[in-house]
Structure formats: structure tokens, C-alpha cells
Design a protein. Structure first.
Length: 98
């Protein structure tokens, strides 16, 4: 199992390293013990966090209310929880990591 991924009882928890201000929003592989996400939103007034949660909701096919930022509100290192029934292999496939 990846150190940045935890799947338990209908919940997926991701530990992320977020790079705001990128050209496009995408998963960019692993960064230490985190999954690196490049965001096309600026790190201003919570716009990057909102863009991150919306992108994850779309990627996982869940409602925005099912994606929560647990920690890292004003930090590049974030922990996010998604309410969904995916296993680790399915999550890795979503991000193009096998």
C-alpha cells in the first residue's frame, strides 16, 4: 500500500502535496510520502483548496459534499478524505498510477 493512501469502510484518505498555480490540474506522481497534485488555481482566498476538492469530487465521481479537507488548510501538505467505496487499486488507476 502507498504511504499516502488509506482505504477503509467506505472512506479514502489521501495525503497530498499540492502545487497551486500550475498550468493545469493533474496528479503528478509521488512526492516523498505524498501524492503530488498540480492545481491550476492560485493560492489566494481558499481558491486552491476549493479547486482541489472540486477536482477530487469529479475524479472520484462523488458529490462535493463527500470530499473533506481534514488538515492543511493553509499549507501545501494536505490530508483529504473522500466518502466512496473504492479499493486501493481503483484509486491508483484513477490517478494513472499502477
Amino acid at each position: 500500500m502507498k504511504p499516502w493512501l488509506s482505504c477503509q469502510a467506505g472512506r479514502v484518505r489521501l495525503t497530498l502535496h499540492v502545487q497551486p498555480g500550475a498550468k493545469k490540474t493533474e496528479a503528478a506522481g509521488e512526492h516523498g510520502d505524498c501524492l503530488k497534485i498540480r492545481l491550476a488555481a492560485p493560492p489566494v482566498d481558499g481558491k486552491a483548496n476549493a479547486a482541489l476538492l472540486a477536482w477530487l469530487a469529479e475524479r472520484f465521481g462523488v458529490a462535493k459534499r463527500d470530499v473533506s479537507l481534514l488538515s492543511g488548510d493553509k499549507n501545501r501538505h494536505k490530508v483529504v478524505e473522500i466518502q466512496c467505496d473504492l479499493d486501493a487499486a481503483a484509486v491508483l488507476a484513477l490517478f494513472g498510477l499502477h
